[in-house]
Design a protein around this ligand. Structure first.
Ligand SMILES: [Zn+2]
Length: 383
């Protein structure tokens, strides 16, 4: 396989998306973009909109042609053209263009605003499996009423029931505490005492909702997750303003990785920006650690190739996986797939051109990163 054949393979290879969310089921307006095309919850400076960011520029350049519009249309023209095509048809075109065959969908965030995993995957002609957020299950238990002494046992029961059909688990301990958490598994007595404190304090989340933020309980549900043996996804780095970025370096959880290395549970580091090199190092050293660069491909737009190159620097090719981390807007799935395909195709074909790798090896690794590694770790059917 020569360099140009490899570039072509990168544009057509099936993708298994390690982490994404459902697509929105409500009409998409300018306000939807203000909400979903940035991680900020504050308005843009006067005279600018979300369409003036690397992501906004990429949307107007790369998504416009699929809606019958010229590249680089204005935000107004884009929104008008989008409305003329219609939300469902826009979603169908943009998702079909991704070539994603498997969608692993995190259902634990704003699940009332987005379509189900089945409906999302059907729009793109793929299949879906659910990823269950462990903190959400603890919050549901609290809302239903659970005693402090029974919290640990009831959580394990709930986790078993909710994960019968799930492909994996996700934790947002990065948001709720930081990745510098105590790696030790808390004792039953510590869990009961912590549950007493958390339940006694009452709901602390927005809108009077329960929010699991007790450090001991976060560790307790994390270890219950490890016990299931399912792949366990960690939010790492880039996210909204709830993140304390300097506590999101994944090397801060080295103690936990050391403690779980022989459990049989795979640890999947998501997004990783700006800690892509730290994640690559951990994936190189720990056999159960994998990582992706989801979300940051579309958020960095034209600059994402440098980040894809970083992700390819050190870790074995069996340890890196594709993810879009698209949420809501179908544009984000399309950009995640397109920018990744274009970037990795350019990088790997350059290697082949300079005879730094054989075309055959490059093709094998491209298949592994695009879909094979995810299929193997989660036990999915091969695309
Ligand atoms: Zn996500």
């Amino acid at each position: 396989m020569n360099a140009s054949e490899l570039t072509e393979l990168a544009t057509t290879v099936p993708l298994a998306d390690n982490h994404c969310h459902g697509v929105v089921g409500t009409p998409v307006t300018a306000a939807t973009f203000d909400d979903l095309a940035t991680e900020s919850d504050r308005p843009q400076p006067a005279g600018f909109t979300v369409f003036d960011s690397p992501l906004g520029v990429a949307i107007r350049a790369e998504c416009a042609p699929l809606l019958g519009l010229p590249r680089h249309v204005s935000a107004e023209e884009y929104l008008a053209g989008r409305a003329a095509v219609g939300d469902e048809e826009v979603s169908r075109r943009l998702l079909t263009a991704t070539g994603i065959s498997h969608y692993l969908i995190d259902t634990g965030y704003r699940s009332d605003d987005i379509l189900s995993p089945e409906a999302t995957a059907a729009l793109g002609g793929g299949t879906s499996r659910e990823i269950v957020r462990i903190e959400v299950l603890a919050e549901a238990l609290a809302a239903e009423g659970v005693g402090a002494d029974e919290f640990g046992a009831r959580f394990a029961e709930r986790l078993a029931a909710e994960t019968r059909a799930a492909a994996g688990l996700k934790t947002v301990i990065a948001y709720r505490f930081g990745l510098d958490f105590d790696p030790a598994r808390p004792s039953p007595a510590e869990v009961a005492a912590a549950a007493g404190e958390w339940l006694g304090a009452g709901p602390s989340g927005a809108g009077g909702r329960w929010r699991l933020d007790h450090p001991v309980l976060l560790r307790s549900v994390l270890w219950a997750g490890v016990d299931t043996g399912l792949p366990l996804q960690f939010h790492v780095g880039f996210g909204d303003s709830d993140i304390v970025m300097h506590r999101n370096d994944p090397s801060k959880m080295t103690g936990f990785l050391h403690a779980t290395v022989d459990t049989g549970t795979s640890v999947m580091l998501l997004h990783c920006y700006p800690f892509i090199r730290e994640a690559g190092y951990l994936a190189e050293v720990y056999p159960h650690v994998y990582f992706d660069t989801g979300a940051i491909l579309h958020y960095t737009g034209a600059s994402c190739r440098a980040l894809i190159a970083q992700s390819l620097e050190l870790a074995p090719f069996a340890k890196l996986v594709f993810s879009s981390d698209a949420f809501g807007l179908p544009e984000l799935y399309h950009l995640g797939a397109l920018l990744w395909r274009r970037g990795i195709g350019a990088i790997m074909s350059g290697w082949v051109e300079r005879d730094e790798i054989s075309g055959q090896d490059a093709a094998r690794y491209l298949h592994a990163i695009a879909h094979g590694n995810v299929e193997r770790v989660y036990g999915l059917e091969s695309a």
